[in-house]
Design a protein around this ligand. Sequence first.
Ligand SMILES: Nc1ncnc2c1ncn2[C@@H]1O[C@H](COP(=O)(O)OP(=O)(O)OP(=O)(O)O)[C@@H](O)[C@H]1O
Ligand SMILES: [Mg+2]
Length: 284
Amino acid sequence: MSITVEALCHTYHPGTPLETRALDDVSLQCGRGEWLSIVGHTGSGKSTLAQHLNGILFPDSGTVSVDGMQVVEKSPNMRDIRRAVGLVFQYPEQQLFAEDVMEELSFAPTNWGVQSDRIAPLASAALSMVGLDDSYLARSPLNLSGGEKRKIAIASVLAGEPSYLVLDEPTAGLDSWSRRELTDLLARLKKEGTGIILVTHDLDIALNLSDSILMLDRGRSAAFGAPSEIMRYLVANSVPGLRLPDIAALSAAIGRSDPAAPLTWDRAELKRWIKARETGGRRP
Ligand SMILES: Nc1ncnc2c1ncn2[C@@H]1O[C@H](COP(=O)(O)OP(=O)(O)OP(=O)(O)O)[C@@H](O)[C@H]1O
Ligand SMILES: [Mg+2]
């Protein structure tokens, strides 16, 4: 059971002066219970890729499949694909449409034919997952703060109980507390078996929390692998728009003068190594 993308290409407005090759030969895989992060500079194709994962956009060539179902236009499985893959758009708060939060949160489960007596509990559970209580249910989404709107938009996708959650830059504009709450939630959902695909500019989050990372550069896959492989790649190559987190850059700098130093983004691991070296140095 996985989302699998093979050799995906996508061009906007082909054959016109606006033609833009947004994705070129991109492949990835993410199973249920796994966390894949997609990183890359502005305009590298991240949102275009995310929108292929539940059939908002379709490949020009290459394939996208969800649990074995091909994502193609007019697929007889489109309903199952969209139910399996919950997509939280970039700036999702712009798409809030309902008069109150309850209606917003009921939309996905109603659409998927969930029994009406299960909808209110699902809405409450989704709200509490994003750290909000039931007092929000009667409020108009228009009168909420930017961060609250973002959380409602995420909760509205969670209420549909997707098997995979694709989030396009969900932490942008959130305060650091809410950002932490959100990454904790994603880690918990992953543990419970949801596949997480996170589009992010934040390499710190990607390195610390992912099982694998896809790095896009001008629509092409610059690298795809475990966080340790991606870190090695970033130390050896400069990738536009991506900067190593401070601890990772420090460990790489130490490694240049001492090859025994670990290449790590983990503050505790680096500290342990420095301490052990100091202690070792004092031995006769
Ligand atoms: N609807 C569209 N029509 C034409 N070109 C588009 C469209 N959407 C995106 N593009 C172009 O496709 C390329 C990839 O855009 P995309 O939005 O996927 O990048 P991104 O990595 O999500 O960027 P960001 O980090 O700024 O969100 C860019 O060159 C962009 O200008
Ligand atoms: Mg984008």
